[in-house]
Design a protein around this ligand. Sequence first.
Ligand code: GLU
Length: 506
Amino acid sequence: MDTHKSAGIRTRYAPSPTGLQHIGGVRTALFNYLFARSAGGAFILRLEDTDRSRSDPAFTQNLYDTFNWLGIRWDEGPDTGGPRGPYIQSGRFSLYRQYAHDLAGQGGAYYCFCGNERLEALRKAQEAAAREGGALQSGYDRRCRDLPLNEAKRRAAGGDPYTIRLKIPLQDPEGAALFTQYTDRLLGTITWKNEDINPDPVLLKSDGFPTYHLANVVDDHLMGISHVLRAQEWLPSTPLHTILYRAFGWDPPEFCHLPMVMGQDGKKLSKRHGAASVDAFRRQGYLPEALINYVALLGASYEEGKDIYTLQELTEHFSLEKLNKAPAVFDYKRLEWYNGQYLRRKTGAELAALALPFGEGLFKDSPPGPEETAAFIAAMPLIKERINLLAEIPEKIGYLFTEPPLPPPAEFFPKKSDLAQTLRLLRIGRDLVRPLATAAEDEAESLVKERAAQAGVKLGDLLMPLRVAVTGARISPPLFGSLRILGPDRALARVDRALAALSGAG
Ligand code: GLU
C-alpha cells in the first residue's frame, strides 16, 4: 500500500473492540473527524483488534451502530469490501509480521527466546529486590538483545519459540545516554530518557500476532496518518512509537494528546459516574445532535457565548489551537440541558417519530393502533418545553392513555378553598369540558375567562380542580390540549368520577 502523506491532513480513530463505545472514545473520534473535515482531509476508522481474546464482534457492532447513530462517517477502507468500510487489523497480521522480521533483519529489533517462565521469574526477582530496597528495575532485562542475528534466525527457523522486540537505543557511540524528543501539538516538547522507556517492548508475540505498538505504528505509516489525536493515557507509548518510526526510517506523525475527561469528582470518567456508554445515553433518550454538541466542547473552546453548534458548524470552527490543556469535566446536567435544547427544535412530527419507541409501555397494543398513535403525536407539543429526555415522556403523558389514580380530595382544592367551594368550581368546570374539548386552541382561553368572570371566580381557581380531575395532578401539561386529546367523553367520565368522590368526601 502506498502512503498517502501527500494527501494532506489524514486522521484516524483506532479503537480496540474490547468494550462499548463510551464518551471518551466518541470525543477522540469526533475531534479526529472535525480536524480532518476542517482541513478538507480524510478521517479513517481502524479497528485495532490485535488482542484476540478481548475483542468481540458485539463490540464491533456497537461501534458501527454508535457512529451510524451519531452521523459520524469515515472515509475509506478496503478491508471490508465496502468503499467506506473500516480497516481491520486482524486481516493484516501477515503484513505486521513481515515488518517485524524486516526490522529485526536491519538491527532495529531482535529475536528474543525468553519464554514466559523466565520472564515471570525475572519479574518476581525484580519485585523481591525492590522490596529489599534495591534499585527499582522493571521490565525485560534485554538478555537476548545481543544475540548474533544468524544464530537467532537459525534458532527461530529450528522451531524455538520467539518474540521480536524493539531495540531501544540507549547510548550514542560515545557512550552518552540517548533521549527521545517529540513535540505534542497541545502539550509542547516532551523529552524522555531512553533508559526510562519500557525496556525493549515486544513487537511480535510468540504466536505470531503483533502487539498494539507494532500494528499501530505500521498502520499509521502505511495509511499516511498525518496527525494522531488520542487520549492522554497513550502518552507513555509515544516515545516508544517515535523510536519505532525512526527505526523503520519513517517520519512520525504529529501527536496531539487530548485533555482528559473527568467526572465531577475529578476522577477519570467511568461507569461509576453514571451512564458513560453512548448506548446508555441513547436508551435514555439523548439525541445524537446534543451528544455531539456537548462532547465537542469537552476540552475545547470555540466562540465566546455560543453554546449550540451543529456538526457542520463544529467542522468550521474546529482547530487544534482551540483545545484546552486542562482536563474537561463531564457534567450530566449540562448534557441534559443540551438535549432539551435540541428536543425543542424538533417539529411535533419529528419528536413523535423519535419518541414513539419510548412510549411502548403506554399503549394497549404493540404496535399502537391509529387512535393511540394519533394521541401520542398530538401530545408532543404539550410536553416539548417540559422535557429534557425522551425517556421522560411516558411519565409525563401517561394520563392521556390510562386513567390516573384518583388523588385524595385535598389535592383538588385551589388555594384557600374548601370542599364546598371546590365542588362548586368543579361543577362549573364540568360544563366547560365539552366546549373546551372541541373548541379550537385559540378560543379555549377566552371561553374559560368569560365563564370565570361570570361566576366571579379566579381563572386559576376554576381550572385547578378540573386539571386534577382530568390529569390526576396539580401540575400537568396544558389542560386544554389534554382535553382535546382525551375527547369530551373520556374527560367527562373523569370529572364525574372526581365529583362523585368529592361529594362523598364531606
Ligand atoms: N487501539 C488504541 C485504543 O484502543 C488506539 C490508541 C491510539 O490512538 O493510538 O485506544
